[in-house]
Write a protein that binds this ligand. Sequence first.
Ligand code: CDP
Length: 244
Amino acid sequence: MGGRDATMVLLDENGIRCDGRKVDEPRRIMIKAGGLKNADGSAYIEFGDNKILVGVFGPRDVHPKHMSNTDTGILRVRYHMEPFSVGERKNPAPSRREIEISKVIKEALEPAVMLDKFPRTAVDVFIEVLQADGGTRCAALTAASVALADAGIPMRDMVAAIAAGKVADTVILDVNNEEDQAGQADMPIGYMPNLEKITLLQLDGVLTPDEYKKCVQVGVDGCKIVYDLQKKALQEKYFGDGGD
Ligand code: CDP
């Protein structure tokens, strides 16, 4: 963040971004529900050049037992990047960044999942980032919601996620890797459209109060686009159509 590559044109005179998109245009998003036969639920997402696979297991027994909660189920999330998922090989050991992202995705999913229906059990969410290109936490959170629904876990709503941000003093939707590196702000947002509740909001960079409000609005509107694609993916798997 903060103009590391001053030569890159992030927004040209016609308001077109470095990858040809308009300011309010998301990348191409493709979501598939299911696909892993050994998981209770799964999903695959392509979000621009991000490629992410999610497997959900549970509700199942917790080992060691003392980790379980007699009043409620627990959600465990592991976000993992393949060493080949980024340009410079990533060390396979869990990084601080992966631990942080696992935690924020878990906290973003918890308000959606009815864990109180499964006391003493755990629901495990495994996220494998096969290819990363900026915005993996949003893409992973989006796919994890679909995988949880695919596993039949009762949910209040699905969490849809996308980042808003700022490049060349302009608020944009869906920040890619170049914009994340060289832009002015990146704000990942997770949102439950039916309940109208934000469950993830992070901000890397500096925004004025007006830009902050605009980013939240642009991000929430973007989540609604993502939400429709999540529902379509589930409809395609269970009813054989996209619901059109
Ligand atoms: O992926 P997300 O935007 O949620 O998280 P980030 O920490 O802001 O990372 C932004 C991007 O940096 C990732 O999506 C990857 O494309 C890239 N990255 C990388 O090239 N090497 C790493 N070890 C970690 C991230």
